[in-house]
Structure formats: structure tokens, C-alpha cells
Design a protein around this ligand. Structure first.
Ligand SMILES: Cc1ncc(C[n+]2csc(CCOP(=O)(O)OP(=O)(O)O)c2C)c(N)n1
Ligand SMILES: [Mg+2]
Length: 379
């Protein structure tokens, strides 16, 4: 890539994957784009409450990195995570239903936009606290590392849970440039390096933390170097190029898997929309946004595939039509799904001790979970 912090050249790399794979990448990016455009409309119509953070413009970073993961790897992201869930394979129906706060949502309608979760696909959320996901990623990586020493040959977790980590998994943790100023960044990278945890930290540098530009919020703007003093070497990719993002994140994941120590990847990208739906965007000029839109990763990759003869213009249009149709079906699904019943408020909720009135969760048929902090609890 040329200048990492400015809108530069369009997608041009000839290092394309196999045609089927390239077409699937394009289709995944288009699906996320169409999904989020529609989600924005649904928010404006008050079908969606709370906050809604769109990743429009950042699809190459999302899909390029997700496609570098193996199925058994873990992904942990932020409140800007509809695309991460979709890229990991969660159905658009369940993501849209979650946005609507409906019972068939991937978090049963309890979470909404910021709390997507799909344990089956090893997408471990969706967190509203800036930087709050880094220690969680390190914890998952620590669990994987410990399994590695415990797992009997043949897989599983040694305790009869075939779906538990087996030890070879790597965790990919994505967070924003703003999050790199949080205490959790230093604390987590330090321990991850010290304990040689298999985690790739990916800072999604979209050049702003809400309305504050990178140069105004971070003393070090070369974010790939921000982990060096903590023992975490860095790499950078062009987050507007799915090919470059996939190449660099794949390298990072395989190095971490083999060397058993963390790496930091900086993906330089740009969000075309406001921070959330209520953002007057007076911190950047229309010209700057227009300049970055010229590098929109979706037409750039589509045009590259056409130039290289990987698909025709008609096939490109069909990919778009299919995505629009899929999103329409997701909206219908979300509309038809019921709201959670009021007593579901008490499901999946933990309380700290017995003096706090409320409930703690017990799965039907399983022994009740003792509240942490009670006399016989672990606290
Ligand atoms: C601990 C904490 N402080 C502040 C906020 C409010 N907040 C939400 S998003 C955000 C900006 C984060 O920017 P960045 O990490 O660059 O991610 P981006 O939104 O650009 O994806 C802030 C300050 C929060 N959610 N959590
Ligand atoms: Mg940011």
C-alpha cells in the first residue's frame, strides 16, 4: 500500500484467491453492506432501538480477516459487530432479529446491536465497553493454551466436551484506534506477551474515535508499533483491500499459531457513515469522506474481479440482487419474531450475592449455578 493514513490507490493486487473463494468474498462484503443499509433504514423507522453503529466502508477489514480464520478459531469484537457476526456465518435473520430486540435474535433479543453473540460459530461478541473485549480475548486464548497441555490425542477438551477448545485455536480480537488508548490495551498486551498467548490483536484504525481524530487522541499514530514496548510486534494492512487484509491477517494467525506469542495487526480503513446513527459529523469534511469513498472496497474488488475475468458484470449484479433479497427476508423474519416475554428478563442473568434480589441462571435439567460470592461459591 502507499500512504497508510490517506485515501490512496484502489484495489489492484493480482494475488487473488481461487475464483470461487474470490466470488464468495465479494458476496460476503455485499451482504454486509446491504444488511447495514437496511438496518439504518429500520432504525430511522424506529424498528430498532438503542444504539446502532454501522461498519459501512470497513467491509474489507471485516471479511478479509474473518476469512483468514479457521472454523475452530475465536473472534471477539466490539459494539460495531453486525458484519463480524454475518461474516462468521450467523444468519442474517438472527442478526436482524437481534437488532429488532426479538426472541429469535442471536442473543435472544437481550442484547441488541452491540451484543451480537454466536458461540457455535465461535464469535464471542459484541461488547459495549471500549477496550473491554481485549482481556476477554486474552482469557479465551489462555483457555486454549491450557487445553493444549491437557488435551488427549483425538481432540475434544478432555472432559467429554467435543466442542471445547482443543488447543490449536487462535483468537482474533478486533478493536478501534480509540480503544488502543485504554488501560486494557497495555494490560492485556503485556500479559499476552508474557504468557505467550495465541491471540492476534487487530486494531481497526478508521482514523477516528467518535469525533476525535487519531492525531488528537493518540501520541503514537503509527498504531502497528503501539505494542512494541509491551513485547508485541506489529504489522499493517490496507484495510480497504480485502486481498491485503486477508494476506496479512493470515500470516499473523499462522505465526501466532506456530510461535505461541501474540501479534498486533493494524488495519487502516474508514467508516463512511457517522460513528452511530446520531452523529452530525462536524469533525471531518465532506471532501475527506468523498475521497475515501472513491476507495470503496466493494466496487474496487468487484471491478478487479471483472478485470481479471473472475466474474461478469451480470454475475456481479446478481450477487447484489441476491444480497438485497436475503436482507428483505431477514427483515420479514425479524418483524414476524415475537418480543421476548417479560419473564425472560431473568434468564441468563447473574447476581453477585444472595442479598441482591433477583435470579441467577440455571439451565433446565442442569444443577443450578451457585451465585459467585455466596458462602460456598468460588468468590
Ligand atoms: C470505556 C468506554 N468509554 C467510552 C465509551 C463511549 N464510546 C463509545 S464508542 C467510542 C469511540 C471508540 O472509538 P474506536 O475505538 O476508534 O472505535 P470505532 O468506534 O471507531 O470503531 C467511545 C468513546 C465507551 N463505550 N466505553
Ligand atoms: Mg476508530
Amino acid at each position: 500500500m502507499t500512504s497508510p493514513l490517506s485515501a490512496a490507490s484502489p484495489e489492484s493486487s493480482p494475488d487473488l484467491p481461487e475464483p470461487d473463494v474470490a466470488r464468495e468474498w465479494l458476496s460476503a462484503m455485499v451482504s454486509i453492506r446491504r444488511f447495514e443499509e437496511r438496518a439504518g433504514e429500520m432504525y430511522a423507522r424506529a424498528k430498532i432501538g438503542g444504539f446502532l453503529h454501522l461498519s459501512i466502508g470497513e467491509e474489507a477489514t471485516i471479511v478479509g480477516s474473518a476469512r483468514a480464520l479457521r472454523d475452530e478459531d475465536y473472534l471477539v469484537s466490539t459494539y460495531r459487530s453486525h458484519g463480524d457476526a454475518l461474516a462468521r456465518g450467523t444468519s442474517p435473520d438472527r442478526v436482524m432479529a437481534e437488532l429488532f430486540g426479538k426472541r429469535d435474535g442471536c442473543s435472544k433479543g437481550h442484547g441488541g446491536s452491540m451484543h451480537m453473540f454466536d458461540a457455535q460459530r465461535r464469535f464471542m461478541g459484541g461488547y459495549g465497553i471500549v477496550g473491554g473485549n481485549l482481556p476477554i480475548a486474552a482469557g479465551i486464548a489462555l483457555a486454549c493454551d491450557q487445553r493444549r497441555h491437557m488435551t488427549p490425542a483425538g481432540g475434544g477438551d478432555g472432559a467429554g466436551h467435543p466442542s471445547g477448545p482443543s488447543g490449536d485455536e487462535v483468537t482474533l480480537c478486533t478493536f478501534g484506534d480509540g480503544a488502543s488508548n485504554q488501560g486494557t490495551f497495555g494490560e492485556t498486551l503485556n500479559l499476552a506477551a508474557l504468557w505467550r498467548l495465541p491471540v492476534v490483536f487487530m486494531v481497526v484504525n478508521n482514523l477516528f474515535g467518535m469525533g476525535t481524530s487519531l492525531a488528537r487522541h493518540s501520541a503514537v499514530t503509527d498504531l502497528q508499533r503501539k505494542g512494541e514496548s509491551l513485547g508485541v510486534p506489529g504489522m499493517r494492512c490496507d484495510g480497504m483491500s480485502i486481498v491485503d487484509t486477508n494476506r496479512v491477517v493470515s500470516q499473523a494467525l499462522e505465526r501466532v499459531r506456530e510461535e505461541r506469542r501474540p501479534l498486533l495487526v493494524e488495519a487502516v480503513t474508514y467508516r463512511f457513515r457517522g460513528h452511530s446513527m446520531a452523529d452530525p459529523e462536524d469533525y471531518r469534511t465532506k471532501e475527506e469522506v468523498a475521497e475515501w469513498r472513491e476507495r470503496d472496497p466493494i466496487p474496487a474488488f468487484g471491478e478487479l474481479l471483472e478485470r481479471e475475468g473472475v466474474l461478469t458484470a451480470e454475475q456481479r449484479e446478481q450477487i447484489d440482487r441476491d444480497a438485497i433479497q436475503r436482507v428483505e427476508a431477514a427483515v420479514e423474519f425479524a418483524e414476524a419474531s415475537p418480543f421476548p416475554a417479560p419473564d425472560m428478563l431473568y434468564e441468563d442473568v447473574y447476581v453477585i450475592d444472595e442479598q441482591v434480589p433477583g435470579h441467577y441462571h440455571a439451565t433446565a435439567g442442569a444443577p443450578p449455578v451457585r451465585p459467585v460470592g455466596s458462602p460456598e461459591g468460588i468468590g
